[in-house]
Write a protein that binds this ligand. Structure first.
Ligand code: ACO
Length: 377
């Protein structure tokens, strides 16, 4: 046992490895691997369901396995009636992330085998959550217009169905390709704050819904997944490309952080940025996207020149989502609907590790204070 005064506090847990993982590796020099595959070899060559399968089964599926996994996901894209009713009843001013957090927790009440913690039950639950988180997101969006989301279509794949249920129209080929890339790039990222939160909850042998609820709460914060919505607020705030310089210099002069920039691990470019930037560039035939893209490029140049920091995944993700027609308050919910596969894979890995995550703290408060009864205070 280490004595309190000898304890070393690693502020923000920087550089601390909290457990071993086989799921993903974030290389500070600017690379990201899922189960050993470099994302640069996957993006554009795989569909989202294929990577979700990779994360939970620890290997890539063959065509037949992928087809049956997608079928299982698509047929699970249906919410229990009380969840739909609850979403329809939420006040219209509620942020979608608040509703998503509540309804994932609520979903736990309708698990038919809620007390079964076997590996098979957890795998079934993982598939269910991968399928149902996107449907909750689509249902929240529909509910704002008093609309019930359409049933999934058997002829569409899983990710396509997500966009179809969210927007109510069939995604075209380009939108589908963008969505697979976006979701693949967001599926996992080592021990980020939300994944760690999920693993802490899972480490107490709590259930998967509780662990995912913890993760959603952590993802929502603007220092994590909430940053992309803030990026769009910033882009909307800058009226013209010519105003970018003054705007960014102003923020930096006020010691404000530029949303969508900087990263705890990467010391060079975030390997996901080039894919997202390329996707946005491809969508620049749309006038709005071109204007946003031009602002982004300028912001990137100025922030690098001033701070030597690079954009993270959230920066170009904002314009990617905008080009897909997703309103900004749904950027983080789309992130959650992609990251869910990573979260459940990590929760299962944490169950296998079977150790309680419980760090120490260094007490810096007072000792031996004399107690004063309430009537004398
Ligand atoms: N804008 C301006 N300066 C920044 C930024 C930024 N976005 N990010 C880091 N810096 C500067 C800090 O001011 C600090 O400078 P200093 O050493 O001169 O004081 C230095 O870079 C280190 O920054 P920290 O905040 O100490 O780095 P940390 O690893 O703790 O934080 C974080 C990482 C939270 C991502 C930070 O970069 C940030 O707040 N970024 C903006 C929010 C954001 O985009 N979050 C999404 C992250 S990716 C994701 O979660 C999906």
């Amino acid at each position: 046992m280490i004595h309190n005064s000898d304890r070393v506090v690693v502020r923000g847990l920087k550089d601390v490895a909290a457990a071993e993982t086989r799921i993903s590796y974030v290389d500070y020099s600017g690379a990201l691997y899922y189960l050993g595959y470099n994302i640069d070899d996957l993006v554009g060559r795989v569909i989202y369901a294929e990577v979700a399968y990779l994360l939970i089964h620890k290997r890539l599926p063959n065509q037949q396995e992928l087809d049956s996994f997608q079928n299982a996901l698509v047929s699970a894209m249906k919410l229990p009636e009380p969840i739909i009713e609850s979403i329809m009843r939420t006040p219209k001013h509620c942020h979608p992330m608040d509703i998503l957090r509540t309804e994932v927790s609520h979903l736990g009440e309708y698990d038919p085998n809620g007390t079964d913690f076997s590996d098979a039950a957890n795998m079934r639950r993982a598939t269910l959550l991968i399928a149902q988180v996107p449907v909750i997101v689509a249902t929240i969006h529909g509910s704002r217009f008093n609309q019930i989301v359409p049933e999934p279509k058997a002829e569409l794949g899983f990710a396509q169905n997500f966009l179809y249920m969210f927007k109510g129209t069939d995604p075209d080929e380009k939108e589908t390709a963008v969505l697979h890339r976006y979701m693949t790039l967001h599926i996992d990222h080592g021990f980020n704050a939300s994944t760690f939160a999920a693993r802490v909850t899972a480490s107490t042998n709590s259930d998967m819904y509780s662990a995912v609820t913890s993760a959603i709460g952590a993802l929502k914060g603007p220092l994590h997944g909430g940053a992309s919505e803030k990026v769009m607020e910033m882009l909307d705030d800058i009226n013209l490309e010519e105003e970018v310089e003054e705007y960014i210099h102003g923020l930096l002069a006020d010691q404000k952080k530029i949303m969508g920039f900087g990263h705890r691990i990467y010391k060079s470019q975030d390997p996901r940025t080039k894919h997202l930037r390329g996707m946005v560039e491809d969508l620049c035939h749309r006038d709005r996207t071109l204007k946003l893209y031009n602002k982004c490029i300028k912001i990137e140049e100025i922030v690098y020149a001033r701070k030597k920091i690079y954009p993270n995944v959230d920066f170009y993700a904002a314009v990617t989502m905008d080009a897909l027609g997703v309103p900004k308050e749904y950027f983080t919910p789309f992130f959650a609907a992609s990251r869910i596969a990573g979260w459940v894979a990590h929760i299962i890995e944490q169950y296998e590790d079977a150790i309680l995550l419980r760090p120490e703290s260094k007490y810096v408060g007072q000792f031996n204070r004399s107690f004063v009864p309430i009537e004398n205070r």
